[in-house]
Ligand binder design. Structure first.
Ligand SMILES: Cc1ncc(COP(=O)(O)O)c(C=O)c1O
Length: 418
């Protein structure tokens, strides 16, 4: 059992054993299906664990100059590049050491064709399969007005001279059926190009390390596709799946703020003045917040003010939107008192807006809050908005020992600003 009380707060804490478990599973998929799986740095780029990841995955995919530099400096191996648009000035440095590159448009391919063909990098085009199971618009790469990937009509019947591969990314935390649908759509719209290319990169969004994922079906889908196109090298480049459920964000309750609580729809005020729990008594709050003309739910809502921020440290909770599990808490049932998690920036909406939590034991200042599954798309997306301290980063190794990898200080904040 990890003793979180002895870990600094706030802190992202990776559990090495869980990462290795994911990597072993991903490795078994690539071996059994006869494909190659690389790490998408945009989802997870905690490079102190790259030595572990490298034992299983032969490379990375990068979507910016800095990701490419990090890949070269800290990972090595295959480097697949895909940027929605390549800046002319960065291109020569960007492609150093790359093995594959995908262009988002025919015009970008035209612009960089000469420079690319002078190297050994294998060029490809990102296609838009005009299908995605992703319903959250901000995460749907194939929405009708998407700027990502070339549509079949635009690409036409013939691939441009020199193109050796196709790249398709249209999934997000998706299952193997979504991959099967994608492959069918690729064959329908782009099937005539497949005999002429050497590789097909099927992007990320394959959540193969999730408990509910049907690994056997994934392998069967990939093998059956490979049987139809045995000449193709197939790549997957997941980010989330690598770091899925491998660690937490440890936070602390700094203050508790009472609110009037949600209004009752029925308009009936309960006579109860206190709510009794197994482990404590919550005080009545409706008296405190009886606003004129409003009928208040006696079941109160308290905001737990934390030493972390949703907008700065867990942006997916606002963007996706996504509600993380909190250890020891659960969904509140009707009439149960609830806690809303609040961040420490001044943004009015810096709260876990996707819903509240019920805690068996009333929270108190100083309590530890553990947000589950906080490794992917957190550290790579965080900001220092409002000058709030960035959570530290640490690893619990296989022996259960905690190592602090990184702490942030005032200079990290200041250096970004002038
Ligand atoms: C081109 C590309 N490849 C790979 C990924 C990684 O996806 P995921 O982390 O969902 O597996 C993304 C995510 O946005 C992407 O845009």
């Amino acid at each position: 059992m990890i003793d979180y009380a002895n870990i600094p707060s706030p802190c992202y804490v990776l559990e090495e054993e869980k990462l290795i478990r994911n990597l072993e599973l991903i490795d078994s998929v690539q071996k059994r299906a006869g494909i190659t799986i690389i790490l998408a740095l945009k989802g997870f780029a905690m490079f102190s664990v790259f030595p572990t990841i490298k034992k299983y995955l032969p490379g990375t995919s990068a979507s910016s100059l800095f990701e490419a530099r990090l890949a070269r400096e800290e990972f090595g191996g295959q480097l697949h590049l895909y940027c929605p648009v390549y800046p002319e000035k960065e291109f020569p440095e960007l492609i150093e050491g790359a093995t594959h590159i995908s262009f988002n448009s025919l015009s970008q391919w035209e612009q960089f064709k000469e420079k690319t063909l002078l190297t050994h990098i294998s060029p490809g085009l990102r296609i838009n399969p005009e299908y995605s199971p992703v319903e959250t618009e901000i995460y749907n790469p194939s929405s009708p007005l998407s700027r990502l990937g070339i549509r079949a009509k635009v690409l036409g019947d013939k691939l441009p001279e020199g193109i050796e591969g196709l790249h398709c990314h249209n999934l997000c935390e998706s299952n193997s059926q979504a991959l099967l649908n994608t492959l069918e759509q690729i064959e329908k719209l782009f099937g005539h190009h497949l005999p002429r290319i050497k590789w097909l990169n099927l992007g990320g969004g394959h959540l193969m390390t999730a408990k509910s994922y049907d690994i056997e079906h994934l392998i069967q889908v990939l093998i059956s596709f490979k049987n139809r196109y045995p000449h193709l090298d197939i790549y997957l480049e997941p980010g989330s799946a690598v770091a899925w459920e491998t660690g937490i964000l440890r936070a602390t309750v700094l203050d508790l703020i009472e609110t009037p609580g949600p209004l009752m729809k029925s308009g009936v005020r309960s006579q109860k003045s206190e709510v009794v729990f197994e482990t404590g008594i919550y005080p009545p709050t409706q008296k405190l917040f009886a606003l004129k003309g409003q009928v208040l739910d006696p079941i109160f809502l308290i905001i737990a003010m934390l030493d972390v921020s949703f907008t700065a440290h867990m942006p997916d909770c606002l963007e996706m939107p996504y509600k993380p599990r909190i250890r020891g808490a659960r969904e509140p049932q009707a009439k149960e008192p609830r806690y809303r998690m609040g961040g420490l920036t001044c943004l009015a909406g810096d709260v876990m807006g996707m819903g509240d939590y019920y805690f068996e034991k009333p929270l108190k200042v100083g309590d530890t809050i553990i947000f589950e599954d906080m490794m992917h798309y957190t550290m790579v997306k965080t900001s220092m908005f409002n000058g709030v301290k960035h959570p530290s980063i640490g690893i619990v190794n296989r022996n259960g020992i905690f190592n602090l990898v990184k702490e942030f200080d005032y200079q990290d904040y200041k250096n970004r600003l002038s």
